[in-house]
Design a protein around this ligand. Structure first.
Ligand code: PMP
Length: 403
């Protein structure tokens, strides 16, 4: 068999090792190709050492590999410089860093921050914590019937006191892809900064930070075929220069006296302590893997699988699919009339499908939809059409066996 994107699953040991199980929980985390596993193994068994300060060959090699991953990450999202790529432990950590540093520097009591009703808790709770601390007011862009942002209401939310707008590029429940570039231009026209939660977009579409022109952008390694515990915060250089550090410790300082410290240059100012070296190496290998297919090919393949999944669920009797945005990614949240979503999810597991049930860490959105718990299927290019067809058949015949 030729190696094509249609049979990409063969690159993933966990998928080839479990041929009777279909993994459709890619929005929660993705599986790891052999090349990523090998890169991590090679680091630990070949040149494990701490970065920067070691004057020995393993330390130099570890530093080179760590920084090479930063270079690959910058290129992947078209960041102008590696100084703008901060390694964190994931999207949640990136947004906590951004919220804490931004609010300390720019927020005074009464200032306003705009969020949306479709945010993951990771792009909501950090702002709530900071708003409470600094006396900021949070305002929200509501969603429409189709599960898109209501941009007419956004027009009424701007004020002289708006300092920042934070929004997701792709909803982890509805699959909606938001018009981030247009919203960013609107925000900038009013002198408002923009943070993009790209946890669900960077793994599935070409994301170009210079084209979006966003000020800050966060994503996770583990959702893009890399390991857990590594993530990225991208920021515009002048903004990162102005932000105070988030955590203190080794490597983020230039000088330290007992009375005070001066900060290191970017990106080190934001990377206190020993970083996740193996995680960064794994992320670099994941980026190489994605580049091997090309993001255009990934997007095309996932669009075909998404259409099959979404149209299929829409056509099933007794099921409700949430979200009807025309611009969407490979995420489908649904309910079955008369069944609890957890029961349906356990049933699907027994039939060989890994899906997810619950509020998907977007409680306010779930309340708004009137469905506190839904079942969510999320695809990746490494899924196969047969898996989706088989899932749809299983959902169709779920009735009698489920009760
Ligand atoms: N934002 C969105 C849109 C997400 O889907 C997720 C993960 N479900 C996160 C943030 C948080 O990512 P992590 O848990 O990797 O920090």
């Amino acid at each position: 068999m030729n190696r094509t994107i249609e049979n990409a699953y063969r690159d993933f040991p966990i998928l080839t090792g479990n041929p009777d199980y279909s993994y459709l929980d890619n929005a929660a985390t993705t599986q790891k190709p052999a090349s990523v596993l090998e890169a991590i193994q090679e680091y630990y068994s070949g040149y494990n050492a701490n970065v920067y300060r070691a004057i020995h060959r393993w330390g130099e090699e570890a530093t080179r590999a760590y920084e090479e991953s930063r270079t690959k990450t910058a290129a992947f999202i078209n960041a102008p410089s590696t100084r703008q790529i901060l390694f964190t432990s994931g999207t949640t950590d990136s947004i906590n860093l951004a919220a804490s540093s931004f609010c300390r520097r720019f927020i005074s009591p009464g200032d306003e921050i705009i969020l949306t009703e479709m945010e993951h808790h990771s792009n909501l709770v950090p702002w709530q914590i900071q708003a409470e601390h600094h006396g900021a007011v949070l305002r929200f862009i509501p969603i429409t019937e189709t599960g898109e942002l209501d941009l007419e209401v956004l027009e009424t939310l701007w004020s002289e006191k708006t300092r920042l707008l934070a929004l997701t590029q792709m909803s982890n429940v509805l699959g909606t892809v938001n018009p981030v570039k247009e919203i960013t231009a609107e925000a900038h026209a009013r002198g408002v900064k923009v943070l993009v939660d790209a946890a669900q977009s960077v793994p599935h579409m070409r994301v170009d930070v210079q084209d979006l022109d966003c000020d800050l952008l966060a994503f996770s390694g583990h959702k893009m075929y890399g390991p857990t515990g590594i993530g990225v915060l991208y920021g515009k250089e002048e903004l990162l220069q102005e932000l105070p550090p988030y955590r203190g410790g080794g490597e983020m300082i230039r000088t330290v006296t007992l009375e005070g410290s001066e900060w290191n240059e970017l990106p080190h100012k934001f990377e206190a302590g020993t970083p996740n070296i193996a995680g960064a190496v794994g992320l670099g290998a994941a980026i190489d893997y994605l580049n091997g297919w090309g993001m255009e090919a990934v997007e095309k393949r996932e669009a075909a699988l998404t259409a099959l999944l979404v149209e299929g669920i829409r056509g099933l009797k007794g099921y409700t699919l949430y979200g009807r945005a025309p611009e969407r990614g490979g995420i489908a949240a649904f309910c079955r009339e008369g069944s609890h979503s957890h029961d349906l999810c356990s049933y699907l597991d027994s039939k060989g499908f890994a899906l997810r049930a619950g509020h998907h860490c977007a409680h306010p959105l779930a309340s708004k939809l009137g469905a506190l718990s839904t079942v969510r299927a999320s695809v990746s290019f490494c899924n196969r059409e047969e898996e989706i067809i088989h899932l749809l058949e299983t959902l169709e015949t779920a009735g009698s066996e489920l009760f």
